[in-house]
Design a protein. Structure first.
Ligand code: 26Q
Length: 816
């Protein structure tokens, strides 16, 4: 096992500081030291990276290309040090030099090239693939601006640009030698050569795709995979003709247009509006990735038909689904295969994961946009559509229902999910219940026609980041008890179960939780100026803001609790700190208003001296991977309260569990499997089942009218949304939220997410949690059982499931 040598490390580190900044090491700023340390780490990693790829070559490995518009990596320095098993040593060396590793790590800008769950899942998958020694590339976009930084100003969300590349990113390598061309626009010329048609794109606009490679370091195995992110660059940085005519703006026009492709990540985590630029982004990175994969393959093989054994393209939701027609284009137009052969190869190489059941979130692109931007791709999609319609008709005759369910093109729009399923050999959901809903509802017709394509792959998260690195105290405690095997085999945590009745062990566990709560309390004090009571229960909901996730139900419950406390000042409740973290899509006004409501309630409650000891509400600004790493270890209640059937899986639920929080949630997504592992008695489950929700949706028979009429405390709480109780001189501020809950008449389709329907049971679940918390040893026991039961939710397990059933990769032989 490699180890940094103390003297060499020190002299290298100091050398790099001086070389990079022309400065004496003792005069360097923390940021300069961060860059220098990163360079030292990168130096070591790059050697291993090169070796890993030489071995791919030697073994002619089958490779996975994980295509994703998002990779929410989080900080790299600390993670890389942990994965090369040098964090303790380097921490010591730096300590001796009077430098704090934590301070240097805090200099790193969080690369936020993702919105939420889907992007973070991609990052966890890369970590696990590398740790398990599977040859894989992540393929994505190098957005110049990642997900916006969130500021809270007067309780409202304000978005600031995330210029993460401003001072350079120390772990990327620009690979100009792999630059390739991506073509947009133009028209297709068809030439008959006496035997077959040739399709040639004419008069197109060219964009250069330049890759940047980021190393993905496996844990303790000297194995390094690649995350390849593409930047769009113009061929000419200036249009000289226009320039010479004196048209200086015109001279830059094309350049600006090209640059705009990789400018910014769309801050949307559902398909609320399909903007043209977003389609351009999709084709841009998919075309570059697929072209490069094929080119690389052909460098070492002579028959294109061999790709079926050597390449798998995995599509992370529908965003990269143009990989299907792009691969077809390459096989047909560049390799001259006939349709049948090209289609057979394509459908042997492409696999697809769906991450949502909400039909309004399924991507569709209008024909005119597609046809104008990607004329050849449009032709190919039309042909895929035509042939699939023929096949559907052959099987089902004139059944229009089947046609509607499975058509790729409908109403002059391309339905990306249907294209994905038609062109893939594998389709999976991300939690058992989600996959069942896909099979029974959303993709019922496809499932009936090709059941063998469908499978479930329950999500997982990497314990290296979310336990080992985020919660060093707990990690060490676990290792002391059961050894360090859990770091690469999380099921070993089950070995903690026998401690459930060991009072000593439970006390130690509680002491660790307390320390982690103090660490978070410091962060909160620094960032929010709020002093929280670390003896109160930390009840946390952190995730994107979405109506279906029901942050509104959470804050309504707090409003309700506050009313009770005002009525009965001596009410004996467990002191609570309610913690929220959430970004709202900038155009999603109801979501943004919910953030304002949370902050408005916080303002009133936190400033009410009479209940200061009992209730605090904290909204953590700019929820992101790095503050998540402080939040999970400190949490005691994990709020997973989506309307059942709506959350495909959820992954924060797993991160909380692993850190000893108890789930308070609905039977939705992976919560169902969490409850399977820990038992219903070690979670607080409430609310309607997915079947009930779906049946109310179908029958359209739910109206909250009766609930409102019958419960004065609910009426009071709702009224406070529109009487200025929380909005002073702007009583109408929260009208839209009120309206979303209270129908104008009973037929009105209000409260789409059944908040009031589940409300009383939600209150009950909270009461049960409070009762439980009063008995510390009982609580700690449940907490321990959650940790011990989280083994199934490692992304290592998820990856092994994908490898076994879908990807069929082989572990690279490790040389040691
Ligand atoms: C699509 C088109 C246009 C603009 C934006 C989008 C878009 C972007 C991101 C649509 C969806 C997303 C992200 C979805 C997402 O994060 N889904 C979550 O995936 C997790 C990993 O599987 C699950 O755990 C969550 O349940 C699911 O909500």
């Amino acid at each position: 096992m490699f180890e940094f040598d103390k003297d060499k490390f020190r002299s290298r580190f100091e050398d790099v500081v001086t070389t990079l900044y022309r400065i004496r090491p003792e005069d360097a700023t923390d940021e300069q030291k961060y860059y220098a340390l990163s360079a030292v780490v990168q130096h070591y990693i790059t050697r291993k990276w090169l070796e890993t790829h030489e071995r791919f070559q030697e073994e002619d490995s089958r490779k996975l290309y994980y295509l994703s518009m998002e990779f929410l990596e989080g900080r790299a320095l600390g993670n890389n040090l942990i994965n090369i098993c040098q964090d303790k040593r380097v921490r010591e060396f730096l300590d001796e030099m009077g430098i704090s590793l934590n301070t240097l790590e805090d200099q790193e800008r969080d690369p936020a090239l993702g919105n939420g769950g889907l992007g973070r899942l991609a990052a966890c998958f890369l970590d696990s693939l590398a740790t398990l020694s599977y040859p894989a590339y992540g393929c994505g976009i190098r957005y110049k601006y990642g997900l916006f930084r969130q500021k809270i100003v007067d309780g409202f969300q304000v978005e600031l640009p995330d210029n993460w590349l401003k001072n350079g990113y120390p772990f990327e390598i620009r690979r100009t030698e792999y630059t390739c061309e991506v073509k947009f626009g133009g028209y297709v010329e068809t030439n008959w050569d006496g035997e077959r048609n040739h399709f040639v794109l004419k008069n197109y606009d060219s964009v250069q795709a330049v890759p940047y490679d980021i190393p993905i370091v496996g844990y303790g195995n000297d194995f390094v995979n690649t995350l390849r992110v593409w930047d769009a660059e113009p061929y000419e940085s200036l249009d000289l003709d226009e320039f010479q005519k004196g048209n200086y703006n015109g001279a830059r026009e094309k350049v600006n247009f090209v640059n705009s492709i990789t400018d910014v990540l769309y801050p949307n985590d559902s398909n609320r509006f399909g903007k043209e630029l977003r389609l351009r982004q999709q084709y841009f990175f998919v075309s570059a990735s697929v072209q490069t994969a094929i080119k690389k393959y052909m460098q070492h093989h002579d028959d294109i038909r061999g790709i079926r054994d050597k390449i798998v393209f995995h599509m992370n939701d529908t965003h990269p689904v143009l990989a299907i027609p792009e691969l077809m284009r390459i096989l047909l137009d560049e390799y001259g295969l006939d349709w049948a052969e090209a289609w057979s190869l394509t459908t042997s190489c492409c696999a697809f994961t769906n991450h949502t059941i909400m039909s309004e979130a399924l991507e569709k692109w209008p024909r005119d946009i597609m046809e104008e931007m990607l004329p050849r791709i449009w032709q190919i999609i039309s042909e895929i559509d035509r042939r699939s319609k023929v096949a559907i008709k052959e099987r089902y005759g004139e059944d229009q229902g089947k046609m509607y369910g499975m058509a790729v093109i409908w109403d002059d729009s391309v339905r990306m999910a249907n294209l994905a399923i038609t062109g893939s050999y594998s389709v999976n959901g991300v939690a058992a219940i989600h996959t069942e809903i896909l099979k029974k509802e959303v993709f019922r017709d496809f499932y009936e026609m090709t059941p063998e394509k469908f499978s479930n792959k329950t999500n997982g998260v990497t314990q290296r980041r979310f336990l080992l690195s985020a919660n060093p105290l707990l990690a060490e405690w676990i290792t002391d008890r059961i050894g360090s095997g859990w770091i690469t085999d999380l099921t070993q945590l089950a070995g903690l179960k026998h401690l459930a009745d060991d009072e000593n062990a439970l006390k130690e566990l509680a002491a660790i939780k307390k320390k982690n709560k103090e660490r978070l309390a410091e962060y909160i004090y620094k960032n929010n100026g709020i002093l929280v009571n670390t003896d109160s229960i930390f009840d946390v909901q952190v995730k994107r803001l979405h109506e279906y996730k029901r942050q509104l139900m959470n804050i309504l419950h707090i409003m309700h609790l506050y009313n009770r406390l005002k009525d009965e000042p001596n009410l004996d409740i467990v002191p609570h700190t309610f913690i929220f973290g959430a970004k709202a899509a900038p155009a999603y006004s109801r979501a943004k208003l919910t953030i304002k409501l949370i902050n408005a309630v916080a303002d009133v409650v936190n400033n009410d001296a009479a209940i200061a000891e009992k209730l605090k509400i904290v909204f953590i600004e700019d929820y992101c991977v790095s503050n998540a790493e402080l939040i999970f270890p400190a949490a005691e209640i994990s709020e997973q309260i989506s309307a059942a059937s709506k959350e495909a899986s959820g992954t924060s639920n797993m991160k909380f569990m692993m850190n000893g929080a108890l789930t308070l949630g609905t039977m939705d997504g992976a919560n169902v499997e969490i409850v399977e592992e820990v038992g219903r008695e070690n979670a607080f489950i409430f609310g309607m089942s997915a079947e009930e929700v779906i049946s109310h949706e179908k029958a359209m028979d739910y109206s909250p009218g009766d609930i409102i009429r019958q419960d004065p405390s609910i009426r009071r709480m709702l009224l406070q949304l529109v009487n200025g109780f929380y909005s002073g001189d702007k009583p109408e501020l929260f009208r839209d939220i009120y309206q979303s809950l209270v129908p104008v008449n009973d037929q009105d389709g209000a409260d789409r997410f059944f908040i009031l329907k589940d409300f009383s049971d939600y209150i009950r679940a909270h009461e049960e949690a409070d009762r439980r918390y009063r008995n510390a040893s009982d609580w700690n026991r449940a907490s321990l059982l959650n940790i011990a039961g989280s083994g199934r939710f490692s992304s290592d397990r998820t990856i092994e499931d994908y490898v076994r059933d879908i990807w069929h990769l082989k572990k690279l032989n490790t040389r040691q």
